[in-house]
Design a protein around this ligand. Structure first.
Ligand SMILES: Cc1ncc(COP(=O)(O)O)c(C=O)c1O
Length: 487
């Protein structure tokens, strides 16, 4: 654990590591900090970013797409175009709601998701992350309730903490958030006089869970939101990164169908981003929200950064005008190549998990996105495991606790398969598997329980849990004190 604390440094945008302040230095400012800063903790993901810079570490921790796939010549051409044609606009402040040319690109991406939106209901933001922050700024007073999935996006955890939200997390299964449990939770909260300000969900290839909310659940969630007049924040960075299976409608489009207001939704606020389909470095995302909500989000954004970068907004505009040789929009062709690349990497990670984790773990098999969620025997704490994995094997992942606000998730881990090539994926999983086997063996020695075999799993003998169709099964262990998690 001490090693881990030393290893985690505040992220430096230039890629270096910054020393943490000493206790004595902190003491000087302690009494001045606002009360809300007490609950703040650094996102495990951000901490990991500095580790990815170390050449000897294989990091399966970040949420990184592979930006080396973007052609340098195209990047140079587009930036030159922005410079030649729009220097003054690029270097000037822009409108808070976003430049109209960028809003048009947003409308095009949303249309590709089968979701038609009114450009007046779009707010261009500094990454999708800013939407989460603005939603909290606009809706959350200290102690207000947010309902989220369990596990949830690790990057949302520090934001919810910063606004002192009370987050109630609902454990997912292979179809995402179970809506009957959501309803029971809402009933319970209502009986306690608590009405959640919004329900936060990542319906497609959830980060970190890798699971997708089924169509019946989507429909029911929208129905519940309308019936109870409750807001839903639909966070959808990965919807277009589907490697197999049929695309499902967004919650926004399902609500809009019922609302019958020309594509406008009443209760779903949509979060989108260019980060995973183009680049996180351009820091551009968006919100789509009913006008009264939009106005508040706009005001909150004015206080945060006035506007998102016109330089990168114009870059996106130039990119969306680019055509591939066959006439298709270049961004669609790039997206297709990303999907092919990530599908191959996902398969490489699934194969490596079979080979190196074997029956000592179960994991999700996502149909898209960037992440696999693996769960180890309950007696393994992945925060401790990470310290060991880093120290002795030079490999990193996100420990499961980062995706919970209540200390759960200790035996799980998030693995990114998009940012590394197949060789590093395989080697990274081999190294983690080695540390896991050591822990399983140690547990067996200490307790007399039969350690789970670490050989490749015989798939034909696997007993799929009916509730967890996409999750592989852990073998039953002999030790009576160790309960198996069911979801
Ligand atoms: C679920 C989810 N929401 C929001 C974000 C924030 O993305 P960005 O700010 O780069 O648009 C991410 C990034 O990984 C994410 O996975």
């Amino acid at each position: 654990m001490r090693y881990l604390e030393q290893a985690m440094t505040i992220d430096d945008p230039h890629g270096g590591e910054r020393a943490r302040p000493t206790a004595r230095e902190l003491e000087r400012y302690e009494a001045l900090f606002a009360a809300r800063t007490k609950g703040m903790r650094s996102s495990a993901m951000r901490d990991m970013m500095s580790l990815t810079e170390r050449p000897e570490v294989i990091s399966l921790a970040g949420g990184l797409p592979d930006t080396s796939t973007f052609a340098p010549e195209l990047y140079a051409k587009l930036m030159s175009k922005v410079a030649a044609e729009s220097t003054a606009r690029a270097l000037q402040y822009g409108p808070t709601e976003g430049m109209s040319c960028t809003v048009e690109c947003v409308v095009e991406v949303m249309a590709a998701e089968g979701t038609h939106v009114d450009p007046d209901e779009v707010l261009v933001t500094t990454g999708g992350q800013q939407v989460i922050d603005l939603m909290c700024k606009a809706f959350i007073d200290p102690g207000d309730t947010i309902v989220a999935e369990a596990p949830t996006y690790p990057g949302a955890v520090p934001t919810f903490d910063a606004y002192e939200a009370n987050v109630v997390q609902i454990e997912m299964d292979s179809d995402g958030m179970p809506i009957d449990e959501l309803e029971q939770t809402l009933d319970r909260l209502e009986s306690e006089g608590r009405s959640p300000k919004f329900i936060y969900t990542i319906p497609n290839f959830q980060n970190p869970g890798g699971v997708t909310m089924s169509l019946p659940r989507r429909k029911r969630l929208v129905h519940v939101a309308r019936e109870r007049e409750m807001l839903v924040l639909e966070d959808n960075p990965y919807g277009l990164l589907r490697y197999e299976g049929e695309a499902l409608p967004t919650l926004h489009s399902l609500d809009a169908q019922t609302a019958k207001r020309g594509g406008a939704s009443d209760f779903v606020i949509y979060l989108g981003t260019f980060s995973k389909i183009l680049s996180p470095g351009i820091r551009l995302g968006w919100a789509v929200a009913p006008r009264p909500v939009m106005e508040k989000l706009n005001l909150c954004k004015q206080g945060a950064d006035l506007c998102s970068s016109p330089v990168t907004q114009l870059f996106v505009d130039a990119y969306f005008k680019e055509r591939a040789p066959d006439g298709t929009p270049a961004w669609r062709a790039h997206l297709d190549s990303l999907k092919e690349l990530y599908r191959v990497r996902r398969d490489a990670m699934l194969r490596a998990l079979e080979q190196h984790f074997g029956s000592s773990a179960r994991w999700t098999e996502p149909q898209g996105g960037l992440f696999i969620w693996a769960t180890l025997p309950e007696y393994i704490d992945t925060t401790d495991l990470l310290a060991r994995a880093l120290e002795s094997e030079g490999v990193a992942f996100v420990p499961g606790r980062a995706a919970y606000l209540d200390g759960r998730g200790a035996s799980s881990m998030r693995l990114n398969f998009a940012g590394m090539d197949e060789r590093d994926i395989s080697e990274g999983i081999r190294r983690i598997g080695k540390v896991v086997r050591e822990q399983v063996g140690l547990f067996g020695t200490l307790t007399g329980a039969e350690p789970a075999p670490a050989q490749p799993k015989d798939k034909s003998k696997a007993q799929p849990d009916p509730d967890l169709a996409e999750v592989l099964e852990l073998p039953k262990r002999k030790h009576p004190d160790v309960k198996r998690r069911t979801s």
